[in-house]
Design a protein around this ligand. Structure first.
Ligand code: ADP
Ligand code: ADP
Length: 228
């Protein structure tokens, strides 16, 4: 199995109070799938995504990606994993304001400083003609397209999207979803999306629902054909 998450436990300590954000959270995902993580605010969705993405640590449990256990990695290996294997897309795009569209992607592609590849990627997300603009000169949907290009330039095996349409209107959200579907089909990128939007679940092969740090629903959507 491409992604294996086994019995994750994550606790947060605030003063004397310990809060358990994840309780024995387990699931698996095949390569090329789009999975959505649903669940109320505070149910542990971001915590789960951040641990799988190597930007937070679990207290217990294992995560393996492509047969490699990331929960056993040294800091150095984890940095390399984040840099080369995973991409992140956030609700508020997180673009660097004083860099152009092109430069925002260039700083992320520290492995390949290849202008043809960057332009190809901008074309793939429909943003080539905006390459010299600054983020403030773009709409929310356009900024999200750039942030998707920035994540993809590293050719990640896994793409994590934390509320990617949370700040967008209905129609723009649909366009961003369509783009994520195209990415999944074209590059066979495995995508995990956190969302509050039930409509997004319609495009996913997998639907996971978290409640108080536990997976309470794990559904395969037979109607969506996997990229592999
Ligand atoms: P979701 O993404 O589903 O909204 P989170 O994973 O962000 O949930 O948070 C799960 C729970 O863990 C929440 O109750 C939140 O308050 C708590 N939490 C998250 N991060 C921290 C932190 N750094 N310190 C203390 N508590 C945290
Ligand atoms: P196609 O067969 O659709 O032409 P290619 O594999 O030839 O796709 O790649 C087209 C472009 O996309 C190239 O610039 C390549 O570097 C880039 N690319 C390929 N695989 C990925 C990936 N997994 N994630 C992001 N970009 C990729």
């Amino acid at each position: 199995m491409f992604l294996e998450v086994n019995n994750l436990v994550k606790k947060y300590q605030t003063g004397k109070v310990t809060f358990q954000a994840l309780k024995n959270t387990s699931f698996t995902m095949e390569q090329g799938q789009i999975g959505v993580i649903l669940g109320p605010s505070g149910s542990g969705k971001s915590t789960l995504l951040n641990i799988i993405g190597g930007i937070d640590y679990a207290d217990q449990g294992r995560v393996s990606v492509g047969g490699i256990e990331i929960t056993q990695m040294s800091d150095k290996q984890l940095t390399e994993y984040r840099r080369s294997s995973v991409g992140f897309v956030f609700q508020f795009y997180n673009l660097i304001p004083n860099l152009t569209v092109y430069e925002n992607i260039e700083v992320s592609s520290n492995i390949t400083k290849d202008s043809i590849k960057i332009d190809e990627m901008l074309e793939a997300v429909g943003m080539k003609e905006f390459r010299d603009r600054f983020p403030r000169e773009l709409s929310g949907g356009q900024q999200q397209r750039v942030s998707i290009a920035r994540a993809l330039i590293k050719k990640p095996k896994l793409l994590f999207c934390d509320e990617p349409t949370g700040a967008l209107d209905y129609n723009t959200s649909k366009e961003i979803l369509k783009l994520l579907q195209e990415v999944n089909r074209k590059y066979h990128t495995t995508i995990l999306i956190i969302t509050h939007n039930n409509a997004i679940a319609g495009i996913a092969h997998r639907k996971l629902r978290l409640r108080s740090g536990e997976i309470v629903e794990d559904m395969l959507n037979e109607n969506v054909v996997s990229a592999e």
